[in-house]
Design a binder for this molecule. Structure first.
Ligand SMILES: NC(=O)c1ccc[n+]([C@@H]2O[C@H](COP(=O)([O-])OP(=O)(O)OC[C@H]3O[C@@H](n4cnc5c(N)ncnc54)[C@H](OP(=O)(O)O)[C@@H]3O)[C@@H](O)[C@H]2O)c1
Length: 318
């Protein structure tokens, strides 16, 4: 028996399963692996294709509403005799633009969805898993949770918080036999950009007017032509989250390895690279701000010294 077949008939609740998104394909793939899936959506008509699958029940679920979360979880528990074996916190929204100029209402909406939504569902579901001494919580983070870039401060801060919250949950739920996994997508084809409707302030109300083009280009970066197809993403992720002892972090998708590696690069070098990629270097030139070069030279010297010490240690030991 493989690790995956051992999980036949697991009851899974997923948030954010509208057609075309990651949650939709995770639901289909989990059902294909024999799970009984409860696919949460805000608008039932957006999950019509899932409703035809005999292993999938579509449930109404808005993760920013306590009442909606409580009702959805109660309905699933009533239908399964009190069981939810896996919770997949997938629903999320995008946000982009200069971090200091984001309207507070927008910041609160993104946090209420991407972070508080995860907390709400974990609070509602985890106690049942803890009492039954088994279960898996899967929180969808982002490579932006490892490393942020210009223009993504609000979105990536929510995802870094999801990573940190998951790290604490993993240690706190382990004594009860409950696993916690962070799934970290790179650039994955979905509706995340199409669903994003916030606009940047007009030129009279921003200090970033000269960077407008760079900001608008980077807002849609996750949907680059090389983005990983959503079905392929789900095919890779599902067998890994269904393992009896899943890894703490599962990172996959276009650009994900590169961004993951950037996590280990000294901040000054990261800033040097991202400021050129995301246009803040050009903005500094346009504003005639002196370049911040000293930390770069320092960081490069530290890196060279570290590599030399590691190579020396390697040759000395082996
Ligand atoms: N695509 C990427 O490149 C990428 C990269 C890193 C991380 N992620 C993460 O992956 C997850 C899925 O995103 P996606 O790319 O598949 O985007 P998507 O196609 O826009 O799907 C997002 C889903 O979340 C739902 N949602 C939004 N707000 C909600 C709320 N308040 N309550 C319940 N559901 C809500 C959406 O419902 P509606 O259809 O009703 O709006 C939709 O079903 C998100 O957490 C996202 O941050 C995506």
């Amino acid at each position: 028996m493989t690790a995956t077949t051992a999980n036949i008939e697991r009851v899974v609740l997923i948030s954010g399963c509208s057609a075309g998104g990651i949650g939709h394909h995770l639901a289909l793939e989990l059902a294909a692996h024999g799970c009984r899936v409860f696919a949460g959506v805000r608008t039932l008509s957006k999950a019509q294709a899932l409703a035809d699958n005999p292993r999938i029940d579509v449930v109404e679920l808005d993760i920013t509403s306590d009442a909606s979360v409580d009702t959805a979880v109660a309905n699933v528990l009533a239908a399964t005799g009190g069981r939810i074996d896996m919770l997949v916190n997938n629903a999320g929204i995008h946000s982009a633009g200069p971090s200091v100029e984001a309207p507070l209402a927008q910041v609160q909406r993104v946090w209420d969805t991407n972070f508080m939504g995860v907390v709400r569902l974990c609070r509602a579901v985890a106690p049942y898993m803890m009492d039954s001494r088994q279960g898996t919580v899967v929180n969808v983070g982002s490579t932006g949770g490892y490393v942020t870039t210009p223009w993504m401060g609000i979105y990536t801060s929510t995802k870094a918080a999801v990573h940190a919250y998951s790290d604490a949950l993993r240690m706190e739920l382990a004594p009860f036999g409950v696993s916690v996994v962070v799934v970290v997508p790179g650039c994955i084809q979905s509706n995340i950009v199409n669903n994003y409707s916030d606009t940047l302030p007009d030129d009279d109300n921003t200090r970033y007017a000269m960077a407008r083009q760079a900001i608008e280009e980077k807002t849609v970066l996750s949907q680059t032509p090389g983005a990983t197809p959503t079905s392929k993403f789900a095919q890779v992720i599902v067998p890994k989250i269904l393992r009896s002892s899943p890894r703490a972090y599962i990172t996959y998708g276009h650009h994900s390895s590169m961004i993951w590696c950037m996590y280990y690069v000294p901040p000054a070098i990261r800033d040097y690279f991202f400021s050129r990629w995301f246009g803040t270097h050009q903005l500094a030139k346009d504003l005639r701000t002196p370049p911040l070069s000293a930390p770069i030279a320092y960081s490069i010297s530290v890196c060279v010294a570290l590599v030399a010490v590691m190579l020396g240690a390697f040759y000395a030991l082996f």
